[in-house]
Design a protein around this ligand. Structure first.
Ligand code: SF4
Length: 353
């Protein structure tokens, strides 16, 4: 195992040396795989004497991340940034967010989107993939290389998709017509290599390995930050949004609550309630926005009920979940929808017309 992570550090050092003026981007989710990648890079860069490129560490803040993981990641990135500055390492931390119109509760409470399912999974693209891909496509105007913690052994599906994309440490991807390189330093790691790397490599000291292990209690994967073909669907025990209704049961949250993180319970209850009301015809327009037959968006009454419950959750958790800009945007969307809803419920209108 020592050989495995030393090989990965050497491989990464050679890559940094070869592309020593490039714009490197490390996609960091705070999970185990991207943590292993960050540790490998932090050590590899020390072996490269003439590196003059940029290394950005990007994290996508969906606004609805599991609160335990979110505060862990933000603290880690803050401390990592301080450590990098004080030790002269060339890392910049960038926290990305989706624009207000794409945020989770703007979609649900403002536009009336039902919470996501596997067949209507509108969230991953809006909340994670688009902000990351916009960042990458801007960087790719120059010479961008994106490093990600993909592993062949994560799943059969992952293994197949990696094979299809080239089955190597290097792959290519397109973002808005711009081609960029993808570097996969841990492609051949198994799970014990990942944890071994995290535990054995001390630098950067700002990563709290014990805390990360605790947070992984019950989680087996992560919601992807980069587009397919190499992104797997959400697994049932994975890190992601506390609002996630794509999984039938949030096993990760349940395990953490069992392990003593009782502060997650109000979030889980809200998520379960959202999932329960999702298909209630009384709470949905009788027609879709495109005019087709079938359950449409949440009614304005249902949206205001969800807003009220969200405010209650904020009171219970003493956390600000809805941003002021999101609240304003929601009200603007309601104004647009009130007349449409009245017409629709009075049988005067079809939305498509
Ligand atoms: S964790 Fe769930 S809700 Fe969040 S982006 Fe992924 S699939 Fe969507």
């Amino acid at each position: 195992m020592i050989d495995t992570f030393k090989e990965a550090i050497d491989l990464t050092a050679r890559a940094l040396d070869e592309f020593d003026q490039s714009h490197w981007i490390i996609a960091f989710s705070g999970g185990k795989d991207s943590t292993a990648v960050l540790k490998i890079f932090s050590n590899a860069v020390l072996q490269v004497s003439r590196f003059s490129g940029i290394i950005d560490v990007i994290y996508c803040d969906t606004g609805v991340e599991n609160p335990l993981l979110d505060s862990y990641v933000k603290k880690t990135l803050f401390d990592f940034s301080t450590e990098a500055r004080s030790t002269g390492l060339p890392f910049n931390v960038k926290i990305l967010t989706a624009p207000v119109q794409d945020r989770f509760f703007v979609k649900v409470i403002g536009r009336g989107y039902p919470p996501p399912t596997n067949s209507f999974r509108w969230c991953t693209k809006n909340l994670r993939i688009k902000p990351v891909s916009n960042f990458i496509s801007n960087a790719a105007i120059g010479d961008a290389i994106v490093a990600i913690g993909l592993r062949r052994s994560e799943s059969i599906q992952r293994s197949r998709s990696i094979k299809k994309a080239g089955d190597d440490y290097w792959q290519f991807q397109n973002e808005a017509g711009r081609k960029y390189k993808v570097f996969l330093p841990i492609i051949n790691f198994d799970i014990s290599d990942v944890w071994g790397t995290i535990s054995s490599i001390k630098r950067p000291v700002s990563i709290d390995t014990e805390k990360l292990k605790l947070l992984y209690y019950g989680a087996s994967g992560e919601c992807p930050m980069l587009r397919s073909p190499t992104s797997p669907p959400c697994s049932s025990g994975r890190f992601g949004c506390w609002t996630c209704t794509v999984v039938r049961k949030d096993h990760s949250a349940l395990k953490l609550i069992e392990a003593g993180y009782r502060e997650l319970l109000p979030y889980l209850n809200f998520r379960n309630w959202l999932s329960q009301i999702r298909n209630d015809p009384e709470r949905r327009w009788p027609q879709r926005r495109n005019g087709k037959h079938g359950l449409g968006p949440f009614t304005i009454a249902a949206r205001s009920e969800i807003l009220k419950e969200l405010r209650r959750l904020e009171g219970m958790t003493e956390e600000h979940i809805l941003w002021a800009s999101e609240y304003e945007y929601i009200h603007m969307l309601w104004e647009n929808d009130i007349q449409t809803e009245n017409d629709l419920l009075n049988g005067k209108n079809t939305i498509a017309s």
